[in-house]
Design a protein around this ligand. Structure first.
Ligand code: FPP
Length: 245
């Protein structure tokens, strides 16, 4: 599903965006500027998540992927890891009913090996919620690393080849797409990174092949639904070419 044949309008206006992904950066700097501890920055960052979700629902973007915790983030001080996991647990417990009411379904991508059984059961519950009219799929990248995801996909295909259920000729871009966590999600149209940094940091490397990028100076805790709708406007002003012309 991830790979779409590009459809380009005569006037080069891109079709409405379906998928935005955000690298939420700057929680620590936001807190430091206010002489607060980092955990306050992350807490305010969780508020900004609510804003981004509203922004996506209001603008009709169908998929929103948020980079909440990378595989590298496990190397942060134990207190900070505990804090972030605590916030995610609260979000997955308390927010689900109101998200469901808004037509937001939740999907988590990432490696579950290091997640606590408690978080895993919250994820299972969140993903099982029945959403009759889906307006937005909110994808939370948790314990996520893109290289790890690609390696796991390659291992899956290699396993099938060894077992004789997949021929070498069937190892294609489509087969890789289908072996990724995002197999049922279109590629991101736009990837936003906040806080002035300009890196992908091991986020959606495969899926970003044709994504547009928007780097903004705003620190993540200050991100609002207006930033989101501005990003949609900027995206609609782009001329996407996909290497075709
Ligand atoms: C980067 O800022 C942010 C993170 C590593 C965590 C993102 C998490 C949240 C926004 C909170 C909870 C998320 C959800 C989905 C409820 P940083 O700490 O690296 O900031 P710095 O670069 O300024 O130090």
């Amino acid at each position: 599903m991830a790979r779409q044949a590009p459809t380009l309008e005569e006037n080069h206006t891109p079709p409405p965006p379906r998928h935005f992904a955000i690298i939420m950066d700057g929680n620590g700097r936001w807190a430091k500027k206010r002489l607060l501890n980092r955990s306050k920055g992350h807490r305010q960052g969780a508020e900004a998540v609510r804003e981004a979700v509203k922004g996506a629902v209001n603008t009709g973007v169908e998929y929103l992927t948020l980079y909440a915790f990378s595989s590298e983030n496990w190397n942060r001080p134990a207190d900070e890891v505990k804090d972030l996991m605590g916030l995610l647990k609260i979000y997955l417990s308390k927010e689900m009913k109101s998200l469901a009411k808004e037509g937001v379904r939740v999907k988590i991508i990432g490696c579950r090996d290091r997640l606590s059984p408690e978080i895993i059961s919250k994820i299972d519950e969140a993903e099982k919620q029945d959403i009759p009219n889906i307006r937005l799929t909110l994808i939370i990248a948790l314990s996520y690393g893109s290289r790890e995801e690609i390696v796991a996909a390659a291992r899956k295909l290699a396993g099938e080849a060894v077992a004789g259920t997949l021929s070498l000729d069937d190892i294609s871009e489509n087969a890789m797409d289908n072996a990724l966590y995002t197999h049922d999600v279109p590629d991101p149209d736009l990837i936003i990174r906040t806080s002035g940094e300009q890196r992908l940091s091991n986020f959606l490397l495969w899926q970003a092949a044709y994504s547009e990028f928007l780097f903004i100076d705003t620190l993540w805790p200050d991100f609002t639904k207006k930033h989101f709708s501005d990003a949609v406007d900027q995206y609609l002003g782009l001329d996407r070419r996909y290497g075709i012309r």
